[in-house]
Design a protein around this ligand. Structure first.
Ligand code: ZN
Length: 348
């Protein structure tokens, strides 16, 4: 047992028919944080309950603080959604010091198993705040009924553990690892075992069977090891997310998280010359489409992001990765395009 794996996941209940129970145990009046389309689907679960509704819109910190300050009479918060609603629920629970219950309707991003909220400060991504839910309620039927690509997106926040570890090893080998985050093989191995959990469950995740959902949840739970490791992010993410940050900054687009991160996982694996085929086979085998055109980008935009990544990440307070050093050439981009075309050849 590694000394730094004590903090693993939040209290979690896996089951069915869970959402209809909230009105029987969450202290009223409670706040439901969700999105308009989801509310239409789930409002019947809260019939007769004493609640207020908050439909998320902005994730700019100033907007969230203003809305948190305006809440009155609320005794608990329920986050009902995929990513943004869960992050906003966390923010309100934190700022108003309220008990939090999380009800993911899709596993598109690891908002559910992180203490901090991914919000924006003047458009820039920051992870800030602190909220530990009383419990996370994973409803197999709810997740299975969600659009598949939303759940497939969640593998991005698990497979990225491998590129994170590769960047950690790269920084160590090049004398650029931060003094406070020396390479920790125990931590790295645990991250890699979560990646293996996805590789071993490709069919189950594609079909969203109970086993597939279990594998996704197990991998996402490892997100809490960010805190468990003393806020070391190195075994969790690297070049994978750095490409996403670059693309978001350059295009101003709102992405399905797993798509740019998934592309970053393939790119990072290629840069490290380690396991790129296995990553792409896993991602494409599950069904997540990480080609630029699948996320509304032209290849010119993708190429601009790839070639601009180095300059951009060097302006950010990030840990050292291969993305900080490498010059991405037209030849590399042509190779990437070829690999992606081949992996998704059977698709339109
Ligand atoms: Zn992520």
């Amino acid at each position: 047992m590694c000394k730094r794996c004590l903090d693993y996941g939040f209290p979690t209940v896996m089951g069915r028919g869970l959402f209809g129970e909230f009105k029987n145990f969450v202290n009223p009046p409670f706040l439901i944080v969700t999105m308009p389309d989801l509310w239409e689907m789930f409002r019947h679960e809260f019939e007769g309950a004493d609640y207020q509704l908050y439909l998320t819109d902005s994730i700019e910190q100033v907007d969230l603080d203003r809305d948190a300050a305006a809440l009155t009479g609320i005794r608990a918060v329920i986050g009902l959604g995929g990513g943004q609603a869960l992050d906003v629920a966390k923010w309100f629970a934190w700022r108003r010091n309220l008990p939090l219950f999380q009800a993911p309707t899709a596993l598109s991003v690891n908002a559910v198993y992180s203490h901090r909220s991914g919000v924006r400060d003047g458009g820039k991504v920051i992870y800030r705040g602190y909220a530990v839910p009383e419990c996370v309620f994973i409803d197999y039927d709810v997740l299975r009924a969600a659009p598949r690509h939303l759940n497939w997106s969640g593998i991005g926040d698990i497979l990225c553990f491998r590129t994170g570890v590769l960047d950690w090893q790269y920084a160590r080998d090049n004398g650029k690892v931060e003094a406070k985050w020396p390479y920790d093989p125990d931590l790295a191995d645990q991250s890699l075992s979560k990646v293996q959990g996805i590789i071993d469950n490709i069919d189950g995740i594609r079909a969203m069977t109970d086993d597939g959902i279990d594998a996704l949840v197990d991998g996402l739970k490892w997100g809490t090891s960010f805190q468990g490791s003393g806020w070391c992010p190195r075994h969790i993410e690297g070049t994978d997310h750095f490409l996403f940050y670059t693309l978001e900054k350059q295009t101003g687009k709102k992405f399905l998280h797993g798509q740019p991160v998934g592309l970053g996982i393939v790119v990072g694996s290629m840069l490290h010359e380690q396991g790129a085929d296995e990553m792409l086979d896993t991602i494409a085998g599950i069904g997540l489409d990480v080609r630029p055109q699948a996320m509304g980008l032209s290849w010119d935009q993708a190429a601009e992001g790839l070639t601009g990544m180095r300059a951009y990440v060097n302006t950010l307070p990030l840990w050292h990765s291969m993305a900080h050093d490498v010059t991405i050439t037209p030849g590399f981009i042509a190779n990437l395009k070829q690999r992606l075309d081949r992996a998704y050849a059977h698709r339109s």
